[in-house]
Design a protein around this ligand. Sequence first.
Ligand code: URA
Length: 211
Amino acid sequence: MRIHVVDHPLVAHKLTTLRDRRTDSATFRRLADELVTLLAYEATRDVRTEQVDIETPVTTTTGVKLSYPRPLIVPILRAGVGMLDGMIRLLPSAEVGFIGMIRDEETLQASTYANRLPADLSGRQVYVVDPMLATGGTLVAAIRELIERGADDVTAVVLLAAPEGVETMERELAGAPVTVVAAAVDERLNENGYIVPGLGDAGDRLYGTSG
Ligand code: URA
């Protein structure tokens, strides 16, 4: 597994406002969307392309276009949905699948409650999006499902990661074709499984709920 932390002043600036508890939901949603677009730019650095011949108004030339099969974007319900538009903005031709996962707040174990994925992902590049890589349980379960269906290149795009979650993913997905792209890796997880300093509950902050 590879991890890529996007080191860019605009990423750091937007992330700081997301972390601020005074940032309201509307601003949080807009900034999360902008931040995902910046992360998506890095996350798609190895998106597969093929050569095409085209004619410009002046001459013929060779360029590239995204290859088939199309990439698949998979937001993890519910908070990952807040990252979907930012991904689609850069990959408008991508297909979208969904996985619903919930974590038990006591055991912190993830379980699947919804699954709308193509049955066969052979040869597909998949971008799975979830704002918080906390314990890693949710992403490990989701990525295993994608690889079992044949995905041969999976990139997890997250806003924030905890070192504990990164370690779990490295251990549980050792040797798997997985990359994590994050805006930052924070200090630690607290006893309730929240990332510290973090930004709180990403779903609640995106959707204006309070738990
Ligand atoms: N999920 C969240 O929304 N926030 C955290 O800090 C950890 C998991």
